[in-house]
Write a protein that binds this ligand. Structure first.
Ligand SMILES: Nc1ncnc2c1ncn2[C@@H]1O[C@H](COP(=O)(O)OP(=O)(O)OP(=O)(O)O)[C@@H](O)[C@H]1O
Length: 760
């Protein structure tokens, strides 16, 4: 829909309004800053007063972050409805002096919706939509679209309907050079995107869409929308966003803060298990085995194998007497513990009790045997005492513990993969080659695909809560004692000396704060944000979960994720044509059915905002080879650059890439994408504006210019190599070139050959 820049007078008019809005924003900011500094100065008081202070502290801090985030592009739109104007912006502002009338509507408010949805076919009462563009606090452009015919004619514009709203603003955003950081899109959200962002669906919403259709953007704006609309519900439980890799999380990291939202946890699957960072790269084979549900039996068996029966009886000494831990005792105790059906660590006390009971009875039978009547001379209490003493005996307890040790998931997994014997026992169904793929040293670190296995093991092992609670209680007591010590040091004497030795006028630390208060201040947990607390707690359940590049998750990863969202309120965005991980999915139905049956909804995005039409012509041919049924999204623009290929000798490949990168002198970003070997060989090209990446690391990202090196090697590197090539081709916002020595995959044969006369 063509729109037009308006006259200087109109800009001036809007400038006055925008200036007024900024004036009000300054007022709100000053108010929050003053209140916050007052709250920070207050100390002491009842626990209730302290907790109120904590809430206000958080409230004003969040308000200030919100106001700062809204500074750029505070107001970006306006709609005219019948006799009414509505200004749309990054946050809502009310006019205090004018009956609290709305001066600026938050983009997420229901009344702002027509700004995104109105079309000439369905104007929804809107006669004109105005995009207001600003730099700093200055209005730089005002673009209007007339949605009813009469108004359009009066303004001298003809309107069409190509399904794209706010064309000038949109194209300005899309054509801008990339900075390496994703931007928010509140100013130009399109109708089909808005419908997803505000969807009321309360189970799993799947957003399928080709490359560049704004899936990531939509997912992030949906997070912001849900936090605005369901703040009460979501602020406490938090929102979790899963992305494919750390580079991607960095790339999107600023979008939510720029919308004033800071309390969202961003993580990869590999980093979701608390306390473990994915530092190891798996081979394709290992990743595939670890991602499949078949690994569950291996993990169960690995845990059972840690519940041992000794090969030979174990001779022990207790108080100079000899006792024997024989196979029968252990087998019976193990049977009793297993039949409790509790996880390993929680069943352990049952095993220990059963063994100690049997050993105490064995000793009692020897010591107390009454030769006269065959009974026992020892009383029940004597035997109970014996049991207690045995529990204190380090030799006995270490022998018992070795048979049923308390285990952590990390230990089980590390020891399993490091020991060919353990692996063969736990995974007889795997071939030797498969087991060799899983093998690694004990201190070899964990991979992303290990995180779901650790999570599964945590379930199989269980955490003995009683010990955990006792530890927490002890820690708290110690913290109070420390705080008491700190107060004593602060006053320089014990509390009872105060009256005699010190001037009563001097305000003592004790007057301001007591030990439990001080301990509370030091208790990091009490001051953590929801996202921080959630990140450290494996059993945390979130209010909403968003998964980007969801097609990449393995079956095991889904199990891990579903534990964190029992209400199953999720938004999954992805594209099954871009699945690169062999453990990933090509069917949403297959992945979701076990968890939500039919209660999931599929929505689609159809317009490509990133990749220009010229590049999509080639990408279309690659997609046809992956899945002839899929259609490529329609590109919203052309870039004017013809994608090219350059055929060189093998020995010249890297030098040619270097020369091509050197030619990229304009603003914006460049990516060199190749297989692992080429990426290593070209790593020195990396700079602020140049990235050298495998397809896996380029997932979800975009660059002004993309150079693909040796595409056939990318295809050969993985069973889903064509999908990887499709991803690589669709990363560019402007220019695409291919450098190769090997023959090109057939789907790329239409690229324009670049020669010395026709460089690129
Ligand atoms: N309505 C919009 N207004 C402005 N820019 C938009 C809009 N929608 C999408 N974009 C831009 O288009 C580009 C592609 O969006 P995004 O990365 O979200 O796509 P995607 O579907 O996740 O792609 P892929 O599947 O390839 O990772 C981004 O630069 C994004 O900011």
């Amino acid at each position: 829909m063509p729109d037009q820049d308006t006259s200087h007078d109109e800009r001036e008019l809007e400038q006055q309004y925008v200036t007024m809005l900024y004036h009000r924003l300054d007022g709100l900011r000053d108010y929050a800053a003053t209140r916050l500094s007052r709250v920070l100065l207050e100390t002491g008081g009842t626990p209730q007063a302290r907790s109120e202070r904590e809430s206000f502290n958080q409230l004003y801090t969040e308000d200030l972050a919100k106001y700062d985030a809204a500074e750029n592009g505070l107001c970006f739109g306006k709609i005219d409805l019948d006799g009414e104007h509505r200004y749309i912006g990054r946050l809502g502002i009310l006019d205090e002096e004018n009956d609290y009338e709305t001066m600026l509507l938050d983009w997420r408010a229901p009344l702002a919706r027509p700004f995104y949805l109105a079309t000439p076919a369905a104007p929804d009462g809107v006669t004109r939509r105005r995009h207001i563009r600003t730099r700093s606090r200055r209005v730089t452009a005002v673009n209007d679209e007339y949605l009813d015919l009469a108004a359009a004619e009066a303004a001298g514009t003809v309107t069409g309907s190509d399904g794209v709203a706010g064309e000038s603003a949109l194209l300005a955003a899309l054509n801008a050079a990339r900075t390496g950081q994703m931007n928010d899109i509140v100013e130009t959200i399109q109708g089909e995107q808005d419908a997803i962002i505000r969807s009321e669906h309360k189970s799993v919403l799947v957003v399928q869409g080709g490359p560049g259709t704004g899936k990531t953007a939509v997912a992030l704006h949906r997070a912001a929308y849900l936090l605005y609309t369901y703040r009460q519900q979501l602020a406490k439980a938090g929102v979790l966003i899963i992305g494919p890799n750390a580079t991607f999380l960095d790339y999107i990291g600023q979008v939510l803060p720029s919308l004033g939202e800071t309390g969202v946890l961003l993580s990869t699957i590999g980093d979701l298990y608390p306390g473990v960072r994915a530092t190891r790269e798996d081979s394709l084979e290992a990743g595939t085995i670890k991602g499949s549900l078949d690994i569950l039996d291996v993990l169960k068996k690995a845990v059972r194998d840690r519940q041992e029966v000794p090969a030979r009886p174990i001779e022990l000494t207790f108080d100079t007497y000899r006792i024997t831990l024989d196979r029968k005792v252990v087998t019976r105790a193990r049977g009793r513990a297993r039949s409790s059906r509790r996880p390993h660590n929680l069943a352990r006390p049952i095993f220990v009790s059963a063994v100690i009971d049997a050993l105490a009875q064995q000793l009692a039978d020897t010591l107390g045997a009454n030769v006269v009547d065959g009974g026992n001379l020892l009383s029940r209490e004597d035997i109970a005492d014996m049991r207690d003493e045995m529990r204190e005996d380090p030799d006995i307890m270490s022998a018992v513990s070795a048979l049923w040790p308390e285990l952590t998931p990390q230990r089980v997994l590390a020891e399993l993969f490091a020991s060919p014997k353990r692996l063969a026992d736990a995974a007889p169904q795997l071939t030797e080659v498969q087991r060799a793929a899983l093998h690694r040293t004990e201190s070899g670190g964990f991979s992303a695909a290990d995180a779901p296995l650790l999570d599964e093991l945590a379930e199989l092992l269980g955490v003995d809560d009683a010990a955990e609670r006792e530890r927490a209680r002890r820690q708290w007591r110690a913290q109070i004692a420390d705080a008491q010590g700190a107060l004593d040091i602060l006053t320089g004497s014990a509390p009872q000396d105060l009256e005699d030795e010190l001037d009563p006028e001097i305000l003592m630390a004790y007057d301001l704060i007591d030990a439990s208060q001080l301990a509370e201040r030091h208790d990091v947990g009490a001051h953590q944000t929801t996202a921080e607390r959630a990140a450290g707690d494996r059993t945390w359940t979130y209010g909403h979960v968003i998964v980007d590049e969801a097609q990449e998750l393995s079956e095991m990863a889904w199990r891990m994720l579903m534990r964190r969202i029992p209400n199953r309120w999720m938004t999954l965005v992805g594209d099954t044509a871009q699945t690169g991980d062999p453990a990933g999915t090509s069917s949403w139905q297959r992945i979701l059915e076990p968890y939500v049956a039919q209660r999931w909804k599929l929505t689609e995005l159809t317009v490509n905002y990133r990749t220009p039409a010229e590049i999509m012509t080639t990408a279309r041919r690659v997609l046809a080879e992956i899945d002839a049924e899929q259609t490529v999204p329609r590109s919203v623009r052309e870039s004017g650059f013809v994608p090219w290929s350059r055929n060189v000798a093998t020995s010249d490949v890297t030098d040619t890439v270097r020369a091509c990168v050197a030619e990229e002198t304009g603003p914006g970003t460049t990516a060199v994408i190749g297989d692992h070997g080429l990426v290593a060989a070209l790593a020195d090209l990396r700079s602020d504006s140049v990235s050298v990446l495998t397809v896996k690391d380029a997932k979800g990202l975009e660059f002004d210019s993309v150079l693909i090196v040796e595409p056939q090697s990318i295809v050969d590197e993985s069973p889903r190599g064509m999908n990887d090539l499709y991803v690589a081709l669709t990363r560019a916002t402007q220019r695409l070139g291919v450098v190769h020595a090997r023959p090109l995959p057939a789907a790329l044969s239409d690229l324009t050959p670049a020669t010395a006369a026709n460089p690129s």
